[in-house]
Design a protein around this ligand. Structure first.
Ligand code: 26Q
Length: 800
């Protein structure tokens, strides 16, 4: 492996010749990219091998993060940086006349996820490797990532396939020898042997081969290299005799075709259920096989394996591990159950009713007949336990049922089958204990805990914001890079006028980079000296992009009607994907785009407001967007956003949070203090108190600002078709504004005024930004992962 620039150059030239039979000069840039990718992967592979040997030799316990989503983004920069070879490679390429940025831009985002939950999984992998903890990912190798978003002439979201594998995935290694057979459909033959033991044979099943593709996960400053295993469906050798082969092939291909593009509304999609069982069954069977290569039997499984279930999506792992232990390895029910509960831990990411997974009994019974039998048995045994421990409380017994009203309630199965259940922010963990899982808290109080989310400062600060990283280094030295808590030393400098100026200068640089990006992506020219007010997240009613929109309309109307009204120029920036079937969310996107056209082109606005919708929000976009923000919009209805992680990325890069007391905003507020953020709106308690009496119509009738803003939605201001945005008005006025947008409107307007006042005092503003940066170490996913490792997984760093 190369150790300096010269060696790199030699190897690179050789590699291009070997792979493509060409010189570097003659080679196409995609060939250069592929060659470089291969070299870096091989570099990582040496450490990979050493890690695997070390784990086996020391008999270390390992963790497996089971997640339907890993929103990885690009890896080239990240891996070069983590390996500590970025500069060597950059300079080597430069000498060959190649700009490393051009190669970096050729990489597609691995967009194997919808949003927060998937990105969290990706940040966790980076922290696990960087903390030298043996922790691996288990997911699906989707052929297409989450859809790419385009905006058409009318401002509509259009979904196009995300062909992320077009150039191939330079990081993956196909491992056919580790393939696993997965069975669907068919039925179960039950028989009894001479000793009276039952046997369960899954017959007439449709077999599908799960083939793993492994990606190395490279940590920073360590040789420790973990694995992200992505499973791909292929035709099995055991073909169904009664089925047309082409039909079978189509079914096989469908399983890994794409990420389920919906982060809230559960549609009874058998395909999603298939995806879930597919990667869970394959992952577990591979873990069991690997265990048996090192140990004689599974008796010590719980000492060697921890599995974290990322929401309920992989919860079929609970009955599947029961099946393996009992049917394949002869364990008795109770022994198997005790093992399963000790291995499994479950993270909840939502309390929204519509996002809690429930499957019609028929779906599971038909698709996974043996798994269904086991779920039924888990349910029966749990009901017996409740009948004994809580006699007479039939309401409670009903509420905790796994199978209820002909549906399988995955969250209940998750809680019953895991030794740990955690929420993702302090307030969220309290809410799930108080509401969603209150019965279970009585039964298993020791299982519930909180693990406030985090983000990796490597991707989200060091690599994507080198300007700020350098400024911090110049101020407090570079110790914070490897020991991130030390960034708090910045607190000793926040009053330094010089530093404040330099911070503003860095922010300005980042804003100019974003201006360029916006120009390229939308053609819109924005003023980099305006306030950059950013809301970037999935589009969902509870996140209340609409509150932001109504405020913009109010300001616009006021500018138009009152010539004396002036404000500091502000650029409202949105980025958001909507689930393809989510009509309301898509209308809000369209409305934002209409606002953009009308307001940006209205001379009466005198450049005081600009509205920009940046299409195709993704990890790569976030890397240039978050660090250019002045204001971070975190305005969900209190109690609805489990944590949020975008809020942390903004904060770490010195933006001021404009937020409700929801999710991790609460902890941001505690850390930075009320003078360094702007908090507004109803609290969780106030929301609960208001809800029964709430009449949205009163706010419309009594507040002319609300009245005029809403009227503009149907009077042709934003669209020649007055019915275009009627669903939004209906949602607010006739469906009584479920997320209390109008109730929080007045508080939000005032909060926005506070923001402006604060911003006008540049030094105070810069100081607040610096406090946010200094306090952001709490939101490092390194902190989060240490807590999981210590409290739940009981894994220790490995030394190589
Ligand atoms: C469920 C049923 C059927 C189809 C899809 C789904 C589904 C898919 C994805 C439900 C939920 C999701 C994703 C949820 C998610 O991203 N939640 C976010 O998780 C973040 C990390 O913990 C939190 O910060 C966010 O607050 C939370 O919204």
């Amino acid at each position: 492996m190369f150790t300096n620039k010269e060696e790199f150059i030699n190897e690179f030239e050789l590699r291009i010749a070997e792979m493509y039979g060409r010189s570097v000069e003659q080679s196409h840039r995609t060939e250069k990219y592929m060659a470089l990718g291969e070299m870096v992967r091989e570099y990582a592979s040496l450490n990979w091998k050493a890690t695997k040997e070390e784990v086996a030799k020391n008999e270390d316990k390992q963790m497996f993060y089971f997640s339907m989503e890993f929103l990885i983004g690009r890896l080239l920069t990240n891996n070069l940086m983590n390996l500590g070879i970025y500069n060597t490679v950059k300079e080597g390429l430069q000498e060959l006349g190649i700009d490393i940025n051009e190669l970096e831009d050729l990489e597609s985002d691995a967009g194997l996820g919808n949003g927060g939950l998937g990105r969290l999984a990706a940040c966790f992998l980076d922290s696990l490797a960087s903390l030298q903890l043996p922790g691996n990912g288990n997911c699906i190798r989707y052929q297409y990532g989450l859809f790419r978003q385009k905006i058409d002439q009318e401002g509509n979201q259009v979904e196009v396939p995300d062909q992320w594998l077009k150039l191939g995935n330079i990081w993956e290694v196909r491992k056919p020898k580790h393939a696993v057979n997965v069975k669907f459909w068919g039925h179960v033959n039950v028989s009894q042997d001479q000793e009276g033991r039952f046997h369960f044979d899954h017959v007439d099943a449709e077999n599908i081969l799960a083939v793993p593709y492994d990606m190395p996960v490279v940590g920073k400053g360590t040789k420790e290299t973990n694995t992200l295993r992505l499973w791909s469906a292929e035709a099995s050798d055991i073909l169904p005799s009664n089925k047309d082969f082409r039909k079978y092939l189509a079914e096989v291909q469908e399983i890994c075709l794409n990420v389920y593009p919906d982060d809230s509304t559960p549609e009874g999609k058998i395909l999603r259920l298939k995806q879930q069982y597919f990667f869970v069954c394959a992952g577990l069977n591979a873990i069991i096989r690997a265990h048996l290569r090192v140990y004689p039997n599974l008796d010590n499984l719980v000492d060697k394996v921890a599995i974290q279930l990322n929401d309920t999506h992989p919860v079929l792992a609970i009955p599947e591990l029961m099946r393996i232990l009992m049917d394949d390895y002869g364990y008795e029910w109770m022994d198997a159950w005790n093992m399963v509960v000790k291995v499994m831990a479950y993270t909840n990411h939502t309390i929204l009713q519509e996002a809690l997974e429930k499957w019609p009994v028929d779906y599971i019974r038909n698709l996974l007949p043996r798994i269904y039998m086991i779920i039924e048995e888990i349910n029966n045994r749990f009901q017996n336990k409740i009948a004994i421990e809580y006699p007479g409380d039939s309401d409670m017994a009903h509420r905790v049922e796994i199978i209820r009203d002909d549906q399988v309630h995955m969250a209940n199965l998750a809680v019953i089958g895991s030794h740990s259940i955690n929420g993702v922010a302090k307030i969220h963990s309290e809410i799930i204990k108080r509401d969603l899982f209150k019965d279970f808290v009585k039964i298993y109080p020791e299982r519930f805990n909180n693990k406030t989310n985090g983000i990796t400062q490597r991707r989200w600060l060091y690599y994507s914001n080198p300007q700020l990283t350098k400024l911090i280094t110049n101020t407090i030295g570079s110790d914070f890079i490897d020991d991130f808590e030390k960034i708090e030393e910045l607190m000793n400098h926040v009053d330094d006028k010089n530093l404040q100026q330099e911070f503003l200068h860095v922010k300005q640089q980042r804003k100019e980079i974003l201006v360029e990006e916006i120009k390229n992506r939308t053609g819109i020219l924005v003023d980099s000296t305006s306030i950059f007010d950013v809301q970037a997240k999935r589009l969902h009613a509870y996140k209340r992009q609409l509150l932001n929109v109504l405020h913009i309309i109010y300001q616009y109307q006021r500018i138009k009607s009152d010539p004396t009204y002036t404000i500091h120029p502000r650029t409202y920036i949105f980025a958001a994907k909507a689930a393809p079937a989510y009509v309301f969310a898509k209308k809000v996107i369209k409305l934002i785009n209409k606002l953009s056209v009308v307001i940006n082109n209205d001379p009466a606005v005198k450049g005081m407001i600009k509205v920009v919708f940046i299409p195709n929000y993704s990890v790569s976009l976030a890397e240039v967007l978050m660090n250019a923000a002045d204001v971070s919009e975190q305005i969900s209805t209190a109690g609805k956003e489990a944590s949020g992680t975008g809020n942390m990325k903004f904060m770490m890069n010195g933006a001021i949070t404009l937020g409700t007391l929801d999710g991790a905003n609460v902890e941001i507020d505690e850390l930075v203090g009320r003078e360094n953020d702007v908090i507004f709106g109803l609290t969780v308690e106030e929301v609960a108190a208001l809800k029964p009496y709430y009449r949205a119509r009163n706010y419309y009738d009594n507040d002319p600002r609300i009245h005029n803003a809403i009227d503009s939605l149907v009077d042709g201001t934003w669209s020649s078709d007055p019915n275009e945005f009627k669903v939004i008005v209906d949602d607010l006025l006739y469906r009584n504004d479920e997320y209390l947008v109008l109730a929080d409107f007045d508080a939000y307007v005032k909060a926005q005024e506070v923001i402006e006042q604060k911003y006008l005092n540049k030094e105070e503003w810069a100081k607040s930004c610096l406090v946010n940066v200094a306090k952001s170490h709490f939101f490092s996913s390194d902190r989060t992962i240490r807590q999981y490792a210590e409290d739940i997984w009981h894994i220790r760093p490995i030394k190589i």
